[in-house]
Design a protein around this ligand. Structure first.
Ligand code: HEC
Length: 315
């Protein structure tokens, strides 16, 4: 589950994204971009809310009326009436639609969903300073020949002055290891391929879209317990380490085949492996030095911890 925070800045999903603010790059097609979920399937909060409500591995409701009945039984009848008009509370369908809209409106509460109250925001406002380790981490995060993280997780303000979002909203395949704890993955023929389905339905069969997931913001990433679209990595340090070791030490991340060879990108079928991104830090040879050494990985993690909201109140 991606966080519901900082979704307000994400553009609607498009297959062809042209940077409108950055004049130098205006003619470059950045490919599939945007949408609120890992696979960019929906553009609005009310559509996003339907996914967990009806998913058979989340809340598993069978109909809209069933959701509406739960809403009414939980005591929201009066609140539904206040929004949808008197006597609406008897109608589960109205209760359902009103609840979805209410969720969408709630997600526009900036103090809850996009407060920009991290230490890094305080630093940008001149109200705090990064520690030496955090500052080194930011440099390594930005440097193209080191982490190169900012090439996708943008650390600069937008041209219109908006705070950095730590995502360029692009859908990219990075080939994270398969999470064998997911029940549907017990079937070796099942793959969650993001943009090309099977959960998203409109690009099934588009092999060039298989394995692509939307670059998430890294704001509040230090609060997460599981990382990446399949939740297969369980610490922030390991998530950073994966980036710099995927090319140099794949055997640390992927299982071996019976013949002893490393099954790289084991969460993708053969045809999708060609989609995996090879930009730095993924451009090194097997056995080479990773782009970040263990101390530098710690530095990047220290920097990422400055992206957690409520810095002032945690002081
Ligand atoms: C080529 C683009 C690209 C680059 C470069 C990149 N990322 Fe990512 N990042 C992504 C995408 C796409 C995902 C989601 C992939 C997935 O889940 O399959 C992601 C996910 C993550 C996550 C998991 C977030 C979550 O909510 O689970 C972390 C942490 C992360 N990146 C950190 C970094 C760091 C640190 C670097 C630099 C070492 C970096 N990224 C470089 C595109 C990129």
């Amino acid at each position: 589950m991606p966080s519901l925070k900082y979704l307000q800045a994400i553009p609607p999903f498009t297959e062809h994204f042209f940077e409108s603010e950055d004049e130098a790059d205006e003619s470059i097609d950045n490919g599939p971009t945007g949408g609120l979920t890992w696979d960019g399937r929906v553009d609005r909060g009310r559509e996003q809310a339907k996914i967990p409500l009806f998913s058979d591995f989340e809340m598993g409701n069978k109909s809209e009326a069933e959701v509406g009945r739960h809403v009414l039984r939980a005591g929201y009848g009066k609140a539904i009436d206040d929004i949808a008009g008197p006597n609406a509370d008897g109608d589960p369908e109205i209760a359902y639609r009103t609840a979805l809209k209410a969720l969408e409106v709630y997600e526009q509460d900036y103090q809850t969903f996009y407060p920009y109250s991290s230490k890094y925001d305080a630093v940008l406002a001149g109200k705090a300073e990064l520690s030496p380790q955090e500052a080194r981490g930011l440099e390594l995060f930005n440097a193209p020949e080191k982490g190169n993280c900012a090439s996708c997780h943008v650390s600069q303000r937008g041209n219109d002055g908006t705070p950095p979002q730590f995502t360029d909203y692009g859908l990219i395949a990075i080939g994270v290891p398969r999470n064998r704890d997911i029940p549907s993955n017990k079937d070796p023929a099942f793959y969650d391929l993001g943009l090309c389905g099977p959960l998203r339905k409109d690009f099934i069969g588009r092999d060039d879209y298989c394995g692509l997931f939307r670059t998430p913001t890294l704001r509040n990433v230090a609060l997460r317990k599981v990382f990446f679209h399949n939740g297969g990595i369980h610490s922030l340090r390991d998530a950073v380490r994966f980036y710099v070791e995927r090319a140099t030490h794949p055997e640390r991340w992927y299982p071996r085949r019976p013949d002893g060879s490393v099954d790289k990108y084991d969460d993708l079928p053969e045809a999708a492996k060609a989609n995996v991104n090879m930009d730095p830090p993924f451009d090194r040879k097997a056995g080479a030095e990773p782009a970040l050494n263990p101390t530098e990985i710690d530095d990047v993690v220290a920097f990422l911890q400055t992206l957690t909201d409520d810095y002032e109140s945690s002081e």
